[in-house]
Write a protein that binds this ligand. Structure first.
Ligand code: 13P
Length: 250
């Protein structure tokens, strides 16, 4: 089975009155995609996009976050059981924007990963270094630490359900993309530490996405690398004419 996936992360963009049309246009242009396609949509659009994707093979919907408890007095929060009850397929966790703006750390994200798995959904776990860390040559150590702390307490069976998204923070929303070689090097490193922890077979099956200014012009070269299994796409997922071409490259 293909490891490949193209996931869009709409972040806090698009209105409920716009979202279905956007997703529909992508689906119409790629009615039989070669890879899994995921729409990561704002919480208020999860139900409507799920209704749409459930009618199409290989299309799925992701939430962009969830709380680490099942229920309780947490005003404004959304729990994993609520998402599961809607039939949500994936939950994006640990995005650098959640880490930076909302103070999330690997220990908290590990709890969210557990909740997502316990509720029968699949986590898309984001990791990635900031520019100063890369310039100091510490990017592998940092990303390795993020993955080990948040994921390596999982059983091999549970780990096998996790999608990893490597998103160098310096490439997110900046127009600066990691080169295919930089992405490949990090993805190979991630697959290697997975292999050490869980064995070669689990490592070979793990989907590792690249994220950070992925566009139609660079998607194919990135995805052509042996350890790059697709993309997590921000800005270019908001325009059907761009995202459909990235899906076609997937
Ligand atoms: P951009 O594609 O806009 O750089 O965003 C990437 C991202 O953060 C996806 O989660």
């Amino acid at each position: 089975m293909s490891r490949n996936m193209i996931a869009g992360n709409w972040k806090m963009n698009t209105l409920p009155s716009e979202g279905t049309e956007l997703a529909q246009a992508v689906i119409a242009a790629n009615s039989k995609p070669n890879c899994k396609v995921v729409f990561g949509v704002p919480a208020v659009q999860l139900a409507q996009i799920k209704e749409l994707t459930s009618k199409h093979d290989n299309y799925f919907v992701a939430a962009q976050n969830c709380h680490h408890e099942d229920s309780g007095a947490y005003t404004g929060e959304i729990s994993a059981p609520m998402l599961a009850d809607l039939g949500i397929d994936y939950v994006i966790l640990g995005h650098s924007e959640r880490r930076d703006y909302f103070g999330e750390n690997d220990e908290l994200i590990a709890k969210k990963v557990r909740k997502v798995l316990d509720n029968g959904m699949l986590p898309i776990y984001c990791c990635g270094e900031k520019l100063d860390v890369r310039e100091a040559g510490n990017h592998e150590v940092l990303v390795g630490q993020q993955i080990k702390t948040a994921l390596f307490d999982l059983s091999a069976e549970d780990f096998g359900k996790v999608v990893i998204a490597y998103e160098p923070v310096w490439a997110i929303g900046t127009g600066v993309t990691a080169s295919p070689e930089q992405a490949q090097d990090m993805h190979a490193y991630i697959r290697e530490i997975i292999s050490v922890q869980y064995g070669k077979e689990v490592a070979a099956r793990t989907t590792i996405l690249y994220g950070g200014s992925m566009k139609p012009a660079n998607a194919a070269d990135l995805i052509a690398k042996p350890d790059v299994d697709g993309g997590l796409v921000g800005g270019a997922s908001l325009k059907a004419e761009l995202f459909k071409d990235i899906v076609a490259a997937g």
